[in-house]
Ligand binder design. Structure first.
Ligand SMILES: [Mg+2]
Length: 219
Protein backbone atom coordinates (compact mmCIF):
# COMPACT_ATOMS: atom_id res chain seq x y z
CA UNK A 1 0.00 0.00 0.00
CA UNK A 2 1.50 3.31 -1.07
CA UNK A 3 -1.39 5.75 -1.04
CA UNK A 4 -4.68 6.61 0.61
CA UNK A 5 -7.85 7.99 -0.94
CA UNK A 6 -10.08 9.73 1.59
CA UNK A 7 -13.67 10.77 1.13
CA UNK A 8 -14.19 14.27 2.60
CA UNK A 9 -17.74 14.70 3.98
CA UNK A 10 -18.17 12.38 6.96
CA UNK A 11 -14.61 11.04 6.86
CA UNK A 12 -12.38 14.11 7.25
CA UNK A 13 -14.94 16.83 8.03
CA UNK A 14 -18.29 16.87 9.81
CA UNK A 15 -20.04 18.23 6.75
CA UNK A 16 -22.17 15.16 6.05
CA UNK A 17 -25.77 15.25 7.26
CA UNK A 18 -26.10 14.13 10.88
CA UNK A 19 -29.30 12.62 12.20
CA UNK A 20 -30.76 14.98 14.82
CA UNK A 21 -33.80 14.95 17.05
CA UNK A 22 -35.61 17.66 15.07
CA UNK A 23 -38.27 16.57 12.57
CA UNK A 24 -37.34 17.15 8.95
CA UNK A 25 -39.19 15.64 6.01
CA UNK A 26 -35.85 14.73 4.51
CA UNK A 27 -34.40 11.66 6.31
CA UNK A 28 -30.84 12.63 7.22
CA UNK A 29 -29.67 9.01 7.22
CA UNK A 30 -31.65 7.04 4.66
CA UNK A 31 -32.37 9.86 2.17
CA UNK A 32 -28.93 11.40 2.62
CA UNK A 33 -27.30 8.07 1.91
CA UNK A 34 -29.53 7.18 -1.03
CA UNK A 35 -29.72 10.54 -2.80
CA UNK A 36 -27.00 12.90 -1.57
CA UNK A 37 -23.82 11.38 -0.17
CA UNK A 38 -21.22 10.95 -2.90
CA UNK A 39 -23.57 12.16 -5.62
CA UNK A 40 -23.01 14.98 -8.04
CA UNK A 41 -25.10 18.10 -7.45
CA UNK A 42 -27.57 17.78 -10.34
CA UNK A 43 -28.20 14.13 -9.54
CA UNK A 44 -29.16 15.10 -5.98
CA UNK A 45 -31.75 17.66 -7.04
CA UNK A 46 -33.05 15.28 -9.70
CA UNK A 47 -33.23 12.02 -7.75
CA UNK A 48 -34.43 13.20 -4.32
CA UNK A 49 -37.53 15.03 -5.68
CA UNK A 50 -38.10 12.02 -7.95
CA UNK A 51 -38.17 9.77 -4.86
CA UNK A 52 -41.15 11.83 -3.68
CA UNK A 53 -42.82 11.66 -7.08
CA UNK A 54 -41.72 15.16 -8.13
CA UNK A 55 -40.26 15.52 -11.60
CA UNK A 56 -38.44 18.80 -12.24
CA UNK A 57 -37.32 20.29 -15.55
CA UNK A 58 -33.52 20.45 -15.95
CA UNK A 59 -33.39 24.26 -16.32
CA UNK A 60 -30.21 26.24 -15.67
CA UNK A 61 -28.18 27.20 -12.59
CA UNK A 62 -29.56 30.76 -12.80
CA UNK A 63 -33.20 29.65 -12.44
CA UNK A 64 -35.12 31.17 -9.55
CA UNK A 65 -37.92 28.69 -10.27
CA UNK A 66 -37.70 25.08 -9.15
CA UNK A 67 -35.58 23.24 -11.66
CA UNK A 68 -32.88 20.57 -11.20
CA UNK A 69 -30.03 23.01 -11.83
CA UNK A 70 -31.71 26.02 -10.18
CA UNK A 71 -32.27 24.06 -6.93
CA UNK A 72 -28.72 22.72 -7.18
CA UNK A 73 -27.15 26.15 -7.25
CA UNK A 74 -29.42 27.39 -4.42
CA UNK A 75 -28.45 24.33 -2.35
CA UNK A 76 -24.79 25.08 -3.02
CA UNK A 77 -25.21 28.75 -2.05
CA UNK A 78 -26.77 27.71 1.27
CA UNK A 79 -24.01 25.17 1.96
CA UNK A 80 -21.28 27.74 1.20
CA UNK A 81 -22.98 30.34 3.42
CA UNK A 82 -23.11 27.84 6.32
CA UNK A 83 -19.47 26.93 5.77
CA UNK A 84 -18.46 30.61 5.83
CA UNK A 85 -20.66 31.63 8.77
CA UNK A 86 -20.49 28.54 10.97
CA UNK A 87 -17.10 27.12 9.99
CA UNK A 88 -16.33 23.45 9.49
CA UNK A 89 -15.60 20.91 12.19
CA UNK A 90 -13.01 18.24 11.48
CA UNK A 91 -12.61 14.72 12.82
CA UNK A 92 -9.39 15.09 14.81
CA UNK A 93 -8.75 11.33 14.62
CA UNK A 94 -8.82 11.53 10.82
CA UNK A 95 -6.36 14.43 10.77
CA UNK A 96 -3.96 12.56 13.06
CA UNK A 97 -4.26 9.53 10.80
CA UNK A 98 -3.56 11.45 7.59
CA UNK A 99 -0.59 13.24 9.17
CA UNK A 100 0.82 9.93 10.45
CA UNK A 101 0.54 8.39 6.97
CA UNK A 102 2.16 11.33 5.25
CA UNK A 103 5.02 11.37 7.75
CA UNK A 104 5.73 7.76 6.65
CA UNK A 105 6.00 8.91 3.03
CA UNK A 106 2.61 7.60 1.94
CA UNK A 107 0.67 9.79 -0.45
CA UNK A 108 -2.84 10.95 0.40
CA UNK A 109 -5.61 12.33 -1.76
CA UNK A 110 -9.08 13.51 -0.90
CA UNK A 111 -11.70 12.18 -3.30
CA UNK A 112 -15.07 13.89 -2.99
CA UNK A 113 -18.07 14.43 -5.24
CA UNK A 114 -18.58 17.86 -3.68
CA UNK A 115 -18.05 21.00 -5.72
CA UNK A 116 -17.49 22.88 -2.43
CA UNK A 117 -14.31 20.99 -1.52
CA UNK A 118 -12.04 24.03 -1.71
CA UNK A 119 -14.36 26.10 0.49
CA UNK A 120 -14.52 23.31 3.08
CA UNK A 121 -10.71 22.97 3.07
CA UNK A 122 -10.25 26.70 3.65
CA UNK A 123 -12.90 26.86 6.40
CA UNK A 124 -11.40 23.81 8.14
CA UNK A 125 -7.82 25.05 7.75
CA UNK A 126 -6.67 21.85 6.02
CA UNK A 127 -5.63 23.20 2.63
CA UNK A 128 -2.17 21.60 2.95
CA UNK A 129 -3.26 18.28 4.44
CA UNK A 130 -3.47 16.32 1.18
CA UNK A 131 -1.13 15.76 -1.75
CA UNK A 132 -3.96 15.80 -4.26
CA UNK A 133 -7.62 16.71 -4.45
CA UNK A 134 -10.24 15.19 -6.77
CA UNK A 135 -13.60 16.89 -6.32
CA UNK A 136 -16.88 17.58 -8.06
CA UNK A 137 -15.24 20.23 -10.24
CA UNK A 138 -12.55 17.77 -11.37
CA UNK A 139 -15.27 15.21 -12.04
CA UNK A 140 -17.21 17.64 -14.20
CA UNK A 141 -14.12 18.76 -16.10
CA UNK A 142 -12.87 15.20 -16.71
CA UNK A 143 -16.31 13.60 -17.19
CA UNK A 144 -15.81 11.19 -14.26
CA UNK A 145 -18.62 8.91 -13.16
CA UNK A 146 -20.06 9.36 -9.65
CA UNK A 147 -19.94 6.83 -6.80
CA UNK A 148 -20.76 3.88 -6.73
CA UNK A 149 -18.92 3.80 -10.08
CA UNK A 150 -15.17 3.74 -9.45
CA UNK A 151 -14.22 6.63 -11.78
CA UNK A 152 -13.52 9.27 -9.15
CA UNK A 153 -11.29 6.93 -7.08
CA UNK A 154 -9.42 5.81 -10.21
CA UNK A 155 -8.72 9.49 -10.86
CA UNK A 156 -7.49 9.86 -7.26
CA UNK A 157 -5.01 7.00 -7.61
CA UNK A 158 -3.87 8.37 -10.97
CA UNK A 159 -3.34 11.84 -9.46
CA UNK A 160 -1.06 10.27 -6.83
CA UNK A 161 0.88 8.48 -9.58
CA UNK A 162 -0.28 5.10 -8.25
CA UNK A 163 -2.30 2.12 -9.41
CA UNK A 164 -5.69 1.63 -7.72
CA UNK A 165 -4.47 -1.63 -6.16
CA UNK A 166 -1.71 0.33 -4.40
CA UNK A 167 -4.27 2.53 -2.64
CA UNK A 168 -6.63 2.15 0.32
CA UNK A 169 -10.03 3.85 0.19
CA UNK A 170 -11.65 5.46 3.27
CA UNK A 171 -15.40 6.05 2.97
CA UNK A 172 -18.45 6.63 5.16
CA UNK A 173 -21.10 6.22 2.44
CA UNK A 174 -22.54 2.97 1.13
CA UNK A 175 -22.09 4.15 -2.47
CA UNK A 176 -18.54 5.19 -1.55
CA UNK A 177 -17.41 1.82 -0.19
CA UNK A 178 -19.01 0.19 -3.23
CA UNK A 179 -16.97 2.53 -5.46
CA UNK A 180 -13.80 1.67 -3.54
CA UNK A 181 -14.51 -2.02 -4.03
CA UNK A 182 -15.23 -1.58 -7.75
CA UNK A 183 -12.01 0.42 -8.08
CA UNK A 184 -10.00 -2.74 -7.22
CA UNK A 185 -8.28 -0.91 -4.36
CA UNK A 186 -6.00 -2.74 -1.91
CA UNK A 187 -8.55 -2.34 0.87
CA UNK A 188 -11.71 -0.41 1.65
CA UNK A 189 -12.08 1.04 5.14
CA UNK A 190 -15.67 1.86 6.09
CA UNK A 191 -16.01 4.77 8.52
CA UNK A 192 -19.22 4.28 10.47
CA UNK A 193 -20.64 7.57 11.73
CA UNK A 194 -24.30 6.52 11.72
CA UNK A 195 -24.49 2.97 13.09
CA UNK A 196 -24.51 1.27 9.70
CA UNK A 197 -21.44 -0.95 10.11
CA UNK A 198 -23.09 -4.06 8.66
CA UNK A 199 -24.42 -2.17 5.64
CA UNK A 200 -20.91 -0.78 5.00
CA UNK A 201 -19.53 -4.34 5.10
CA UNK A 202 -22.33 -5.55 2.81
CA UNK A 203 -21.39 -2.86 0.28
CA UNK A 204 -17.72 -3.86 0.23
CA UNK A 205 -15.85 -2.52 3.29
CA UNK A 206 -13.08 -4.87 4.47
CA UNK A 207 -12.86 -3.24 7.90
CA UNK A 208 -15.29 -0.86 9.61
CA UNK A 209 -14.15 1.63 12.26
CA UNK A 210 -16.01 4.41 14.06
CA UNK A 211 -12.96 6.69 13.97
CA UNK A 212 -9.73 6.53 11.99
CA UNK A 213 -7.75 7.02 15.22
CA UNK A 214 -8.84 3.47 16.16
CA UNK A 215 -6.62 2.21 13.32
CA UNK A 216 -3.65 4.12 14.74
CA UNK A 217 -4.13 2.51 18.15
CA UNK A 218 -4.21 -1.01 16.72
CA UNK A 219 -1.39 -0.46 14.21
MG1 LIG B 1 -18.97 10.90 2.76
Amino acid sequence: MRGCLFDLDGVITKTAAQSGGRFVPFDAVADYDAYVDGKFRANVTRSFPASRGVSLPEGSAEDASETVNGLGSRKSDIVLRHIREDGVEVYEGSLRYVRAFRSCGLRCAVVSSSTNCQGVFIAAGIEDLFDQRIDGLTAKREHLTEKPAPGIFLAGAHALGLKPEECVVFEDALAGVAAGRADNSAAVIGVDREGQAQALRDHGADIVVSDLANLLQTA
